[in-house]
Design a binder for this molecule. Structure first.
Ligand code: ZN
Length: 374
């Protein structure tokens, strides 16, 4: 299980801010979602994440921001403090898609002016918060003009750790955006592509430092589709499993090795019953392995990415450890080898041969658990 090695960082777009507390993969979460949380119930991030200001939805729905820069700064400070592990925050930028201009009745130049002015104001209000400058425009010429606006304001984009590239998500897979990215990257900008998905990443992903996408959700919503094995929801538009599966596919596209995602070590309600048989830690680990295996078994393995194989092998060992623990409990409760064999569909002798050595000592199951989780 290799750790992701450099390359383009992919932030998985998440509707549910509580995923921050559930998985440790890089997430992209909107201010609109986090704002719903009371301070006491704010999720604590287990992995790195970046904050979306919700600009796209705000402008599309209201033609303006309902949150003032001061209010936004206060909110982001709260997230940085209470959620933790915030890598950067998007400013309240103004997209330049024709539909957005139609909503506001303003020009590309005015959207750019407001975008740059907002970044400067946020930076002034909260120099300690990692707000990132965002380039807006429609044509390559527009974007270069936007670079000029930052320059004129004394902002050297080549020294910024992240420069957001806006208004590309709806046309991210076109040659036009490929050329734009190449032009900006050749100027030494470390770009984050907002809403750049698999087709865009295939074209020019190597020129981006990072990207985010929630395409997995739109796909499942549009097709009203559900992954095999998913239950409890009509489609997978809000499903963590579907999201992680999409992420695995993106990383495979990017030629990156992934380590297994590690869900939080809390047993779900569905497994509470089984936890009485196996230790809570053992079960939580098994859940993590199961989730990872389900996600990755459907991603075709390549010569350089055999992560799915490791996940499957780990899953087999996890199930063996849990089974052994349960048999040990059954024996401790007074069941005979004949009764255990009956439950497992094997003879008394076969059950004894298979499990006697691992149930002889209470410690054995624990040893087993440690071996496969090591
Ligand atoms: Zn699902």
């Amino acid at each position: 299980m290799a750790v992701a090695t450099g390359g383009t960082r992919f932030y998985l777009g998440a509707h549910h801010a509580n995923w921050l507390a559930r998985v440790d993969v890089p997430l992209f979460v909107s201010h609109r979602r986090l704002a719903e949380y009371e301070p006491a119930s704010m999720p604590r991030a287990r992995g790195p994440w970046a904050l979306d200001s919700g600009a796209f939805s705000e402008i599309a729905e209201y033609g303006q921001f309902r949150t003032s820069p001061r209010q936004y700064v206060a909110a982001v400070r709260r997230y940085a403090d209470q959620v933790g592990r915030l890598e950067w925050a998007a400013p309240q930028d103004w997209m330049c898609e024709p539909a957005m201009l139609a909503t506001t009745g303003l020009t590309v130049a005015e959207h750019q002016r407001r975008t740059v002015a907002n970044y400067l104001q946020l930076r002034q209000l909260a120099p300690e918060v990692p707000f990132v400058p965002v380039l807006q425009g429609w044509t390559t010429g527009d974007y270069l003009a936007c670079v000029g606006l930052y320059q004129a304001a004394g902002v050297d984009l080549t020294s910024a750790p992240v420069v957001g590239l806006g208004s590309v998500c709806r046309r991210q897979a076109t040659a036009e955006i490929g050329d734009l990215v190449a032009t900006l990257a050749s100027r030494g900008l470390r770009l984050h592509g907002f809403g750049v998905k698999r087709l865009g990443l295939a074209r020019y992903g190597h020129l981006l430092d990072s990207a985010d996408s929630m395409a997995w959700s739109a796909q499942h919503r549009r097709q009203s589709s559900r992954l095999p094995g998913c239950a409890g929801h009509r489609n997978c538009a809000n499903c963590l499993r579907a999201a992680l599966r999409y992420r695995a596919a993106v990383l495979a596209d990017l030629g990156q090795h992934d380590r297994l995602p590690q869900p939080a070590r809390t047993a779900s309600r569905a497994t509470t019953k089984v936890v009485t048989f196996a230790g809570a830690d053992l079960l939580a680990d098994a859940e993590a392995v199961l989730l990872a295996a389900l996600e990755q078994v459907q991603t075709p393995a390549t010569a350089s990415d055999q992560t799915g194989l490791a996940a499957l092998y780990a899953l087999g060992r996890a199930l063996a450890a849990i089974t052994e623990r349960r048999v040990a409990t059954a024996r401790a409760d007074g069941l005979s080898w004949g009764q255990v064999g009956g439950l497992l569909g094997m003879s008394r002798q076969a059950a004894r041969q298979r499990f006697a050595t691992t149930t002889d000592h209470e410690q054995r199951a624990g040893d087993q658990a440690r071996r496969w989780s090591a």
